[in-house]
Design a protein around this ligand. Structure first.
Ligand SMILES: CC(C)(COP(=O)(O)OP(=O)(O)OC[C@H]1O[C@@H](n2cnc3c(N)ncnc32)[C@H](O)[C@@H]1OP(=O)(O)O)[C@@H](O)C(=O)NCCC(=O)NCCS
Length: 202
């Protein structure tokens, strides 16, 4: 069921409801899109309008970026067919940030009962430290709240200190270490952001 612009999410019935928020519907309706991997990073003007749901035609580029930016040295698990499955999955949002005809950021978030899981997240190296990652996280967290998901979990590679700094800057805390999480040979650091407690504090 989709939430319509102007209607309120049911926070007392978490997990039973909406996959997409108003902005997602608006972007879908606008038919915005394109999938050619060209970058114009020197002239970035990113706002939330550049963020939207990925199309099936984006799957190859997202998979390639995952292999290069996230999975290096691990083997390629986020293949184009896996990304395409996630794009088609009704409990998952695959989003991209576009600049011109290129993709400069991407994320995969799965919505479970009370929690959401950020399974993939990256920004093109030429476009980092410009707030693109932060905008995508805000977009995903807004959607999670509308969907009734109170907490977001994610895993990062132990050696990925910069990702941890990024997530910490957005309120995420380290909650666990999972040895062998990646292909049985690399430890994951699990982080979480309790969205409901943040809402309660404001
Ligand atoms: C981690 C990543 C997504 C950050 O994206 P980004 O668009 O550069 O992030 P932002 O510009 O929104 O950064 C927000 C804040 O996070 C922190 N941060 C981001 N990158 C950082 C880094 N390399 N080192 C330390 N802090 C960092 C800073 O506090 C930054 O604010 P500032 O630039 O004003 O100092 C990006 O570096 C990336 O794609 N890395 C490779 C893939 C990856 O590690 N993905 C996550 C794995 S789960």
């Amino acid at each position: 069921m989709l939430i319509l612009p102007g209607t309120m999410p049911d926070y007392h019935n978490p997990g039973k409801g909406y996959k997409m928020g108003p902005r997602v519907i608006a972007l879908r309706a606008s038919g915005r899109g394109g999938s050619i991997p060209l970058l114009h990073p020197e002239d970035l003007m990113i706002d939330n309008e550049n963020i939207g749901l990925a199309k099936i035609s984006d799957a190859i580029r997202i998979a390639e970026m995952s292999r290069e930016l996230i999975e290096s040295g691990l083997g390629w698990s986020w293949t184009p067919s896996r990304v395409a499955r996630e794009i088609n999955d009704k409990f998952t949002n695959v989003i991209v940030t576009r600049e011109g005809n290129g993709i400069i950021g991407f994320a995969v978030m799965k919505y479970l009962d009370q929690e959401a899981r950020l399974n993939l997240f990256g920004v093109h190296p030429d476009c980092r430290r410009k707030g693109i990652g932060t905008r995508m996280i805000i977009w995903l967290e807004e959607t999670a709240l509308i969907n009734g998901n109170g907490i977001i979990y994610l895993e990062t590679r132990l050696k990925n200190q910069s990702a941890r700094e990024f997530y910490k800057s957005l309120g995420y805390k380290v909650v666990n270490r999972i040895p062998g999480y990646y292909r049985g040979r690399e430890t994951a650091v699990q982080m979480a952001h309790d969205l409901w407690s943040d809402v309660a504090l404001t």
